[in-house]
Every structure is written in C-alpha cells, then in structure tokens.
Ligand binder design. Structure first.
Ligand code: NG6
Ligand code: CA
Length: 504
C-alpha cells in the first residue's frame, strides 16, 4: 500500500513537472535529451586509463567509462581528422567525397550547405545546436577575406553557435572565429593568409629559429606565432592571435557558457578538443603532470576539461538529461612534426594499446579509438565488444530524438550505443590518407598499396604492402600474422565484400 502511494505521488509530481516544462518550452518535446559529443584529437586507444593505460591517469574519462558503455570496437571512419569529422557530421563515408582529405586553413567548406547534417537534424527537432573547438572542415568558397564575415562555415551547416579554430593548432590562421567573425580582429591590422608564399618581412620557423620555443621536426616551418612555427603563412591580426597555452581554457569556458545559456532547452553541443594534437601546449598548471612531456600533460589537461564540463552539466541540473559521447577523430602519433619529447619521454606508455599502427595507418590503431557513451540514470554500465563507427551516430542519434533522417552509410544502432544490445555492424570500411580497408566480423582485409610500409617522418606502420593482408583479430589483435596465403577462401570472401561496398 505504502509503495503504491509513493508511486502515485511520484507520477503526479512528474505530471506537474512535465506540464511546467511544456509551458516553458512552448510546446517543444521537453523529454528530448541533450546530446554532447566530446571529440578528442589524435587520442589513441591506449591513451586513457579506462582502456588500459597505466602510466597516465584520466579519472574523468574513466568515470564516464565506468558509468557508461565502454566500446572496445569503436571506430572513427578515418585515420586522419577532416575525413573523420566529415563522417561524424554527415553520416556519409568520407571516401565517397574525394575532397575529404586533411585540409589546409584556406580550404573551402567540405560539407555542402544543402547537405543533411547532424546539427541540422537536431535543429529540425527543436534543439539548439553549438560547436566549440576544432572545425577543420573548411570555410568559405576558397577565397576567404578573414577580416569580414567568413561564410559558409559551421553556422551554414547547422550550428547556431560556433566558436572554432579553422583548421588545426599547427595551421594558420591561428585565431578563434566566433559565428563567422575573427575574435579581436582589427581593421587596422588586417589578416592575410597564404599556403603558397610568405608575406615580405614575416618571420618563419625556417629563417628565424631564434624566435622558436618549440622546434619543428618536419613540416611546420612557416609563420611563427607565439614562438611556434606553423604550416602556412600569416600576416596581421596581432591582437587576434591565440596563445596556445590558453586554448584548453578558452574552449572550455565557451562550452560551459553554451551549456549555461541553453540549459532550459534541448541542446546539441559538439565539443571538439584540440588535445593531444601538435603543437602540444599544456597550460603551465599541467606542465610536468605526467613526466611524459607535453603529450602526456595535454592528455591530463583534456581529461580535466572533460571533468569540468561534466561538473557544469551537473551543476546546471541537466546531467541526467544528457547523453554524453566521448571519442577521438583518429589514432595516436608521437612525433607529428615538432621536437616535443613525445617519443623520447613516452617510456612504457603505449598510446595504441595492444593495436598495430597509429595515426595515418590502415592498421587498427589508426581508427579504433576510445568510444564511450554515458547517460546518468539511463545507460547501465557495460563493456561492449559490438563493432560501431562514428558514422553511425547520425542515424542512431536521429532515432534517439524521433527524427526520420538516415543515410545509407550510417547504421541505426541506438540500442547498441545505449548498451541494450550487443550486435553492432557486421562490417565497416576504414580510411587512411586516401586508402581503404575492410573490417568484417573478426577479420580485417587490407588491399595492396604502394608506398613505404613505415611512414618515415612519424615512424608509424601505415599498412602499405605489395600483397593483400588478412588478419583475424579474434586470435591476433596485434595484426602480426597475415593469413592471406593460408586462408584463400576467406580472402576471396573478404575481397568480394570489400569491392561490393567500394563500388557501391
Ligand atoms: C599533416 C601534418 C601533421 C598534422 C596532420 C593533420 C606535416 C608534415 N604534417 O600534414 O602535423 O597537422 O597533417 O592532423 O605537415 S589531423 O589530426 O588534423 O588530421
Ligand atoms: Ca586528428
């Protein structure tokens, strides 16, 4: 009897609460949860303690992993940034778009403005949509005037609020852009950008090593900003140039403010962290926190940011109505172009965990990344071995919010992401610097590709070989034993499947 009364009371309270919300939200479906995607840059499968790292501690990511679903077979679509982000936001495999390659800071917008996107889908369902952090999907039409409104960009493909860096931390323009306007721009000190030639009199890493606080190793010898030489040439915008060491805080505060500004409506926030991509520039309060140099320290910094963001959701009273998805755009790299001790101080830490390869690679570590879904009170803690890809978030989140939007490449796997089902995709195409491979069940097929087996600059096995490679991940997670010759039937089956999808 007592129990019945309690339930009855609860129901009537909920009804009252619901009707309050309904009037607040002017008829929108107030039961729709917020969605926050936290997207790290170059964070490897083995870089967080929840995935087995012992030399680095990521308590805030671990909290999400312990309280949510930790995927052991979660994939980005690509082993580099722009293509992975393209797939995340469009639900379309990047190898279908030949322009989906690592983009320069002057590249035009990669997503068509009439294309369906994840933020547009949310918007159609009444959400407010925001992006804070790394964009790297191109801006404008290829002839951007950085001193005027920069368009089209994130605002034109579905984000109502955008506070971004255009490309990467190592590429010009080294400025923040808020809703299409360079922050702190000055008409008396106009910004000019070129990826072809320097502007007369502007210092470069190549000619002015005395200005550098971090030396370049390969690439990265153009314009010097904040003591770090970048890819590409930049002139002007002295006041607008970012201070790398403050970037984590800058983005965090914008993301926190976004949550506070929109906590009373349903919102979708894409929080695209810049860590641990180069140049790695931890804020002084994180310097030395790992003994691994800047790469380890910025992972700890990123983890702290994630903790602060979760605390903001909690304090705003919306944590229990928010699905959080944490993942990375591609696998890890140590030396990606600067002398920052990443390779010399890594010690026994294994950024790729038990996987072979890394960033740029068709081997597993290129695209198999940490992937965690967390929703306090809704998702039960679990470890899932289901195969899921970031390209699936489009159809799955669409299903979550009651939208009909789907794409052919994006599988609706909502129950898998919610930890209610174990069966993910049966197969998936992965991409790395223009090459592709197939994962199907326990098996991986890497077609023959010309070129070096190991990329010399970054010292990573990128997957090139003169013949087909076939691995059984169930028995050989580290992809050491090529079964192409000993398993001809399996090889044939895999090639047929690969070619059928690629020619689709
Ligand atoms: C490469 C850069 C690398 C990094 C990468 C993009 C050189 C030699 N290397 O071209 O440092 O910027 O592009 O990384 O310039 S990503 O994570 O955004 O894809
Ligand atoms: Ca990346």
């Amino acid at each position: 009897m007592m129990k019945f009364l309690t339930i009855a009371l609860l129901i009537s309270t909920l009804n009252i609460l619901n009707s309050c919300n309904a009037s607040q939200n002017q008829g929108e479906d107030s039961s729709l949860p917020n969605v926050v995607i936290i997207y790290a840059d170059d964070l490897g499968y083995g870089d967080v303690s929840a995935y087995g790292a012992t030399e680095i501690s990521t308590p805030n990511i671990d909290k999400l992993a312990r309280g949510g679903v930790r995927f052991t077979n979660g994939y980005s679509t690509s082993a580099t940034c722009s293509p992975s982000r393209y797939a995340l936001l469009t639900g379309v495999y990047p190898w279908r778009n030949e322009k989906a390659k690592i983009l320069d800071g002057t590249a035009p917008l990669l997503i068509q403005t009439d294309q369906m996107t994840l933020p547009k889908m949310f918007k159609e369902r009444g959400y407010h949509t925001g992006i804070v952090g790394k964009w790297h999907l191109g801006l404008g039409d290829g002839h951007v005037n950085w001193n005027q409104q920069i368009t089209p960009g994130p605002n034109e493909v579905g984000f109502e609020y955008a506070y971004i860096m255009a490309a990467t931390q190592d590429r010009v323009p080294t400025v923040y852009i808020e809703n299409g306007r360079v922050v702190r721009s000055d008409p008396n000190d106009p910004i000019e950008i070129s990826y072809k030639k320097n502007f007369p009199g502007e210092p470069t890493g190549k000619d002015n090593p005395e200005l550098l606080k971090m030396k370049w190793h390969h690439g990265h010898f153009n314009t010097v900003v904040n003591g770090i030489s970048r890819i590409g040439f930049m002139k002007g915008g002295a006041e607008a140039r970012w201070v790398d060491e403050n970037m984590a805080d800058t983005f965090l505060v914008r993301a926190q403010n976004y949550i506070l500004d929109h906590k009373d409506e349903s919102f979708f926030l894409y929080y695209a962290l810049q860590q641990p991509h180069v140049p790695r520039t931890p804020h002084p309060r994180f310097v030395g926190s790992t003994g691994m140099g800047p790469r380890g320290d910025v992972i700890v910094e990123a983890d702290w940011c994630i903790g602060e963001l979760i605390a903001t959701l909690d304090n705003a009273g919306v944590l229990e109505n928010t699905l959080i998805i944490l993942t990375s755009d591609n696998g890890p790299v140590l030396n990606d172009g600067y002398y920052d001790d990443a390779d010399t101080k890594v010690g026994t830490h294994t950024p790729a965990g038990p996987l072979r390869g890394g960033k740029y690679s068709l081997f597993e570590a290129g695209t198999r990344v940490p992937l965690i879904t967390y929703w306090k009170g809704q998702i039960n803690p679990a470890v899932s071995d289901a195969i899921v890809s970031q390209v699936d978030l489009f159809s799955s989140l669409s299903s979550l919010v009651g939208s009909e939007a789907r794409t052919g490449d994006s599988e609706e796997l909502l129950k898998v992401f919610m930890g209610e089902k174990d069966q993910g995709r049966s197969e998936l195409i992965i991409e790395a610097t223009g090459r592709t491979a197939l994962r199907k069940g326990d098996w991986v097929l890497i077609p023959p590709y010309e070129g070096p087996a190991i990329s010399k600059n970054v010292n990573i096995e990128i997957g090139n070989a003169p013949d087909y490679q076939l691995y059984n991940l169930n028995e050989d997670l580290g992809e050491q034993d090529n079964l192409a010759a000993s398993q001809p039937d399996k090889l044939k089956e895999m090639i047929a499947c690969y070619e059928a999808i690629r020619s689709d």
